[in-house]
Design a protein around this ligand. Structure first.
Ligand SMILES: [Zn+2]
Length: 294
């Protein structure tokens, strides 16, 4: 019998059907996940294709513009504001970015006085980060990372946790790699948001054209679909205490989508802001001493 990856409950519902695949939701901890879960090899080849611009047409431009010439757009401002918040909560400046991709965030962090290290399982992303920014980046799976001589003050994971096979294993590892009272930062999609509610309705309505558009929110490399409740539950189980949490809208500027789709999405995001149902979760948590059983 299939059980919840996070709390081991067998009280699972089928939330959505995506062709051959399903998204299951746990009634006990609100965690939702793709089923059957893809293999690590399938995920790695999907991420490599995305990085090369062979994945979603809509995200091609994001991967093409992540070098030194990055603009002063809202994504960069979000990186800088996050560094400022992390700096407010800790005096330490030793930072690990897990799933660092091409290294834009790490480059900004280094220029703000942080001592940085990156990890990414995609070899092309690592090669880019080293060549473009001269960054130290390890091409390994975080779960398999060997011990470091000194633990980190801060571990950041931008749009990473939703892609991993077992988020509980990853956060337990993060807890292990942090100093006492060290900080974990997470940014990831929010399943309990207006855009996901709308996508759910369109997928269930079985109108082929709209359903195909809505299914793009559930692309293959996303294993987990978190709500703030399920993320709080996971953080508590893996030894973290949340000290700051927000939801926010994504920046649409770098997505290659037609103007009318962009206009429609902007309308949905404006409404989501009013309803406090925005589609990205932004969380800073502090390492707590006690680990509950995962
Ligand atoms: Zn559960």
């Amino acid at each position: 019998m299939t059980r919840c990856i996070i709390c081991d409950s067998d009280r699972l519902l089928i939330w959505l059907r995506l062709g051959e695949q399903k998204v299951l939701r746990c009634r006990d901890c609100d965690y939702a996940f793709r089923y059957p879960i893809p293999s690590q090899e399938e995920l790695d080849s999907y991420m490599l294709a995305s990085y090369k611009g062979e994945g979603l047409e809509e995200t091609k431009d994001i991967f093409a513009h992540c070098g030194k010439g990055y603009g002063d757009d809202p994504i960069i401002k979000e990186y800088q504001e996050t560094l400022a918040r992390l700096g407010y909560y800790t005096d330490g400046r030793h930072l690990l970015d897990v799933g660092c991709g091409p290294g834009t965030f790490l480059d900004l962090a280094r220029h703000s006085g942080w001592s940085v290290l990156g990890i990414d399982s995609c070899p092309s992303a690592c090669a880019f980060a080293e060549k473009e920014f001269g960054l130290q980046v390890l091409n390994i799976q975080f779960e398999e990372a060997a011990p470091w001589p000194t633990p980190f003050d801060v571990i950041t994971m931008w749009d990473f946790l939703e892609h991993v096979l077992n988020p509980a294993v990853v956060l337990t590892k993060a807890n292990d790699k942090l100093k006492n009272q060290g900080l974990l930062f997470l940014a990831l999609p929010n399943r309990r948001s207006l855009i996901y509610d709308l996508a759910e309705v369109l997928i269930k309505a079985r109108l082929p054209l709209l359903r195909d558009q809505a299914q793009k929110l559930f692309h293959f490399s996303h294993i987990s679909y978190f709500s703030m409740v399920s993320l709080q539950n996971l953080l508590q189980r893996t030894g973290f205490e949340i000290i700051e949490e927000h939801s926010m809208n994504p920046y649409l500027g770098r997505y290659q989508i037609p103007w009318y789709s962009k206009g429609f999405l902007q309308l949905v995001f404006n409404l989501a802001k009013l309803l406090k149902a925005q589609s990205r979760l932004w969380v800073i948590a502090r390492k707590d001493k006690g680990l509950l059983n995962v």
